[in-house]
Design a protein around this ligand. Sequence first.
Ligand SMILES: *Cc1c(COP(=O)(O)O)cnc(C)c1O
Length: 393
Amino acid sequence: MNFGTRLLHNGNEIDPYTGAASIPLYQASTYHQPDIDHPGAYDYARSGNPTRQALERTIAELEGGSRGFAFASGMAAISTVFFLFSQGDHLVVSNDLYGGTFRVLSDVLPRLGIRASFVDTTDPDQVEAAIRPETRAIYIETPSNPTLKVTDLKRAAQLAKEREILTIVDNTFMTPCLQRPLELGADIVVHSATKFIAGHSDVVSGLVAVKDPEVGERLFHLQNALGSILGVQDSWLTMRGLKTLKTRMEVSTASAHRIARELRRLPEVRRVFYTGLEDHPGHRLQASQSDGHGAVLSFDLGDKERVREVLSAVKIPIVAVSLGAVESILSYPARMSHAAMPPEERTRRGVTDGLLRLSVGLEDPDDLLEDLDRAIRGRRIAAAGVEWRASIV
Ligand SMILES: *Cc1c(COP(=O)(O)O)cnc(C)c1O
């Protein structure tokens, strides 16, 4: 069956106890045990809950893994995965990294004797050079945030396999709808399901899928030991959002393509970052390892003053951190996701003071384009003193 069908018919969509067409909220922390010598499938809800389990089995199925896990947030998912490692272990990590993941790797794990080297994983030579005898995993985000650099997942997984270390991929930007890292050789996929998977800006949630049942067993042990589980209501909301993932990704990706192309025609826009544009350095690789370019793009307006003008003039996208929702979200990485990074380091990574990131939602793209065009050309329109007419719709 194809992905769109498996989203809705994957064996986990009907409640096995009642036949309900939506998995009920099993709002219970503990379960009656009729025979203490023969415990049932569930004993305590940290270890297992039918609502959460339906979501966990669904993500395993969609990513092509043997086992799935649901966590209280993307960061709870990622942090629990990091607990697979021990004192003295070393990780090779994409240097274009979600800020929260960078914080755990730089502020928390070194105290436990787990260290990371941050390299440009789009260059396999740099990955190879950074691998040490004590390296236990390569950790990748692709396309990266916010300049959408693309890492060759097959190549990275091959490098890891030759050394018998793990490949971990943060698949938040793509979702299994567009990219399935386990099929390309990765061992573990992590998600902030807060973004596209849940998709409605109404829940914070994290998911993991693993290929090898033995790694799955270790991760189950950690999830239960640390207690970093997703609650019942949020499991239900995540499942509810997930059902429309394909439709949402298709509509938002088509609009993102169009907006990226049109933004490039405005003289106020210095540069547009979107892997769907043929001159993006990662365009061909992205096309070869995924089923699409996704709904996130970035563009550079040159300086902070221009950014301020545009952010105060737009009417449709909300101005916020986060991405992957039904409504479009404009973020200012220099002051939001990358605020903690020193300015020189930020600029070196292309996160300039003029850069805005747009996560395209489900609004009519004509309206989005008209709104962006008016906001971006605002100064020019005022100077010309002419009645405004959209130029890029
Ligand atoms: C948001 C995000 C995270 C963190 O997820 P939370 O659900 O906010 O904890 C991790 N990785 C990426 C790429 C993200 O965008």
